[in-house]
Design a protein around this ligand. Structure first.
Ligand SMILES: *Cc1c(COP(=O)(O)O)cnc(C)c1O
Length: 398
């Protein structure tokens, strides 16, 4: 049973198929479909000569096991041929900070979208600032005009599309072209679309980051992150991860691999139900706007349609001006939507949010209370009934 499929398809298989077949070598594991979970530190060598020469396929637990390799190879297979390597990290936040550390040095300047995941901003403003790296935040809608913000020492441009609360789309190819023209590296937080719905490398990204906690894991039971690198950025990324001594735990790696195998089918459902709820919300009199790039009237729709293959189940809704107690009545009435951070699991979630206090390059003034919804895998009719009850409580509290 030598049906290993890693890299054997010449790129002809669709990503959804690669997601299923890549990273598997049953012959290595007595025919079993999945690799075992290697809990490992020491690797024993057969003799002293091999030991001193580090001559072994696996050398040390932190440096990789058959379990971690299976996941890395699977992610690589869905990132496409421009992906040269994948690092597994203990959280999405760790993936972001490690990717940034792999490209900057003291005296460098970096550009980060104002719509970035907030902890990314905190990392730049604290640790990167302390290490002598200066950050400028830019308008997510800047497009090719980012060229005007690039300085002689600008080392990296960080993009995230769409913003995970405010949902601005970014013209990633135009930004990447301007960055590359000046020798800057492009990093992207691609957690929302995943490599299945946005091929980061084909659009000019050099380092693509996933909070694996979200759709890769898919079951709200792990903290996990990945960074995928192209040939130019992979050596430094690998060195940085290794030197910092970072690695993910074997059980989380296994759960990420298990989640990843069904990600395509889950995303399809998140997408369909998410769009249906978004359209339903657009018809509610209490709703001012729905922020979802797959909606035809969304300001980011043209870019989404041009560059993305799909939408996941996360979007935001802006309500007409209302007191906080009405918004809380809505949220507290929901039974199927849990109130909690994170997203990408099988369950629906809702949070209120406000980007205004920490934005620096742009003003967040949506015109009313903002809620973010994650649409899970529950029945669509049940979710809408839940929201209907929420809106009834909202109306009573106005
Ligand atoms: C959750 C999230 C992260 C961080 O992931 P953790 O695993 O929670 O550290 C990064 N980026 C985005 C867009 C996220 O939603």
């Amino acid at each position: 049973m030598a049906k290993t499929t890693d890299g054997a398809d010449g790129g002809n298989l669709k990503p959804e198929t690669r997601l299923v077949v890549a990273g598997r070598d049953s012959a290595e594991f007595h025919g079993f479909v999945n690799p075992p979970v290697y809990h490992a530190s020491t690797v024993l060598y057969p003799n002293a000569a091999d030991l001193v020469a580090h001559r072994a396929r696996y050398q040390y637990g932190r440096r990789g096991t058959p379990t971690s390799e299976a996941l890395e190879n699977t992610i690589r297979a869905i990132e496409g041929p421009l992906c040269a390597g994948v690092s597994l990290l203990p959280s999405g936040a760790a993936a972001i900070s490690t990717a940034l550390l792999s490209v900057v040095a003291a005296g460098d300047h970096i550009l980060i979208t104002d719509s970035v995941y907030r902890p990314t901003r905190v990392f730049a403003d604290s640790i990167l600032a302390r290490l002598g790296v200066e950050t400028t935040y830019y308008d997510p809608l800047v497009g090719g005009d980012i060229a005007g913000l690039i300085r002689g020492n600008t080392r990296a441009v960080f993009v995230e599309a769409p913003g995970s609360q405010s949902f601005e789309m970014q013209d990633v190819p135009a930004i990447a072209q301007a960055a590359h023209a000046r020798g800057a590296v492009v990093l992207m937080d691609n957690t929302w679309a995943t490599p299945l719905y946005f091929n980061a490398f084909a659009h000019g990204v050099d380092l693509s980051i996933q909070a694996g906690t979200k759709y890769i894991g898919g079951h709200s039971d792990i903290m996990f992150g990945t960074v995928s690198a192209n040939a130019a950025t992979w050596p430094k990324l690998k060195e940085t991860v290794g030197t910092l001594g970072l690695c993910a735990g074997p059980d989380d790696i296994y759960l990420a691999l298990r989640g990843l195998r069904t990600m395509a089918v889950r995303l399809e459902r998140h997408q369909r139900a998410g769009l249906a709820v978004a359209r339903w919300l657009q018809q509610r009199p209490q709703v001012l706007r729905v922020l979802h790039p797959a909606l035809e009237d969304d300001p980011g729709h043209a870019i989404w349609k041009r560059d993305f293959k799909g939408a996941s189940g996360l979007f935001s809704v802006i309500l007409r001006p209302a007191p906080e107690k009405a918004v809380h009545a809505l949220l507290d009435t929901l039974q199927l939507f849990g109130l909690g951070y994170s997203w990408g699991g099988y369950e629906s979630l809702a949070i209120p949010f406000d980007c205004a206090p920490y934005r620096t390059a742009t003003t967040w003034a949506p015109g009313g209370p903002a809620l973010r919804l994650h649409i899970g895998l529950e029945d669509l009719g049940d979710l809408i009934s839940d929201l209907e009850r929420g809106f009834a409580a909202y109306a009573r509290a106005l």
